[in-house]
Ligand binder design. Structure first.
Ligand code: KMH
Ligand code: ZN
Length: 283
């Protein structure tokens, strides 16, 4: 089995500062978290940004600052969200790609998201994928439901994305596929040839899904974006969630990948730092 790639999603677009004091919502806090999760065993950081008061933002300047802080404190693979938060426009979501992070998410279909809809029509997906190509950013395909794999194949057939890619199964969103081991097995069976994959379970399913992924040879995403708790009633920090996965992997005899080992497994190039871009420009 390949060494285990642990992705940490420390912020997300839904968790609020009222819910937890552990959300690294400023670039400086994110930089500090990057150092801690790297020490704990993470190799990828999945980045969302907030304003100082905790509101969602996808401003290019804020992502640039966050990227700089992460790079100043770690050699983590920097993966931007292009999902952002409900209500952001596709242009806003894609504009941060101009900073040329090593990776960014590409959600492969629309999904109900609680009472909201996370909209990813084919035109939206094509537009974001085209920006990824333009700026040389590797997609991580976000799969919230089984049909999203079918959509990914269709995008590949159209020539919009290349396959194989790294795929992240985000399971347990209210409106998406349930976070069961059986569903994870079905998705892995349906993967396009040659794809690597990770599992991100929402809420209390984060841990059992991660344990299954470790055993199956996949990779793992944890972090406060997906789960606030370490155990029932006890809030987690991001580094604790990463450290627990590393301990379980160690016990299972599965080595944990360094960022450079993860780059090799995923076929990424060398570590990148942020590219300065005209502020606010989607191009
Ligand atoms: N916040 C969700 C609406 C991504 O980062 O690419 C979308 C999301 C997916 O978090
Ligand atoms: Zn995200």
């Amino acid at each position: 089995m390949d060494p285990l790639i642990i992705t940490c999603a420390p912020v997300g677009g839904e968790v609020t500062l009222d819910q937890t004091p552990h959300l690294p919502h400023t670039p400086a806090l994110l930089g500090d978290t990057a150092r801690k999760i790297r020490e704990a065993g993470a190799s990828i950081v999945h980045v969302h940004c907030r304003t100082d008061d905790g509101a969602n933002t996808h401003a290019v300047e804020r992502f640039e600052e966050a990227f700089r802080e992460v790079r100043a404190s770690s050699d983590l693979i920097v993966q931007f969200s292009t999902g952002g938060a409900i209500g952001m426009t596709p242009v806003e979501r894609a504009a941060v790609l101009a900073l040329r992070p090593e990776m960014a998410t590409l959600t492969c279909g629309t999904v109900n998201f609680g009472d909201d809809v996370f909209e990813n029509s084919f035109p939206i997906m094509r537009g974001i994928a085209a920006k990824m190509r333009e700026f040389g950013v590797r997609p991580e395909l976000e799969i919230f439901d089984k049909g999203h794999l079918t959509n990914a194949r269709r995008l590949a057939k159209e020539g919009v994305i290349d396959l194989p890619q790294h795929v992240d199964f985000v399971l347990g969103v209210p409106g998406g596929l349930d976070a069961t081991v059986q569903n994870l097995c079905d998705l892995v069976d349906a993967l396009p040839e040659g794809c690597t994959w990770s599992a991100a379970g929402i809420g209390r399913q984060q841990l059992p899904l991660a344990m299954a992924a470790i055993a199956m040879g996949g990779h793992v995403r944890v972090g406060l974006e997906d789960n606030l708790y370490y155990s029932k009633g006890r809030l987690a920090t991001n580094e604790e969630l990463v450290a627990r996965i590393k301990r379980i992997a160690d016990e299972a005899g599965r080595q944990v990948a360094t960022p450079d080992e993860a780059r090799a497994i995923l076929g990424l190039g060398p570590m990148r730092s942020p590219q300065g871009v005209a502020t606010g420009s989607p191009n």
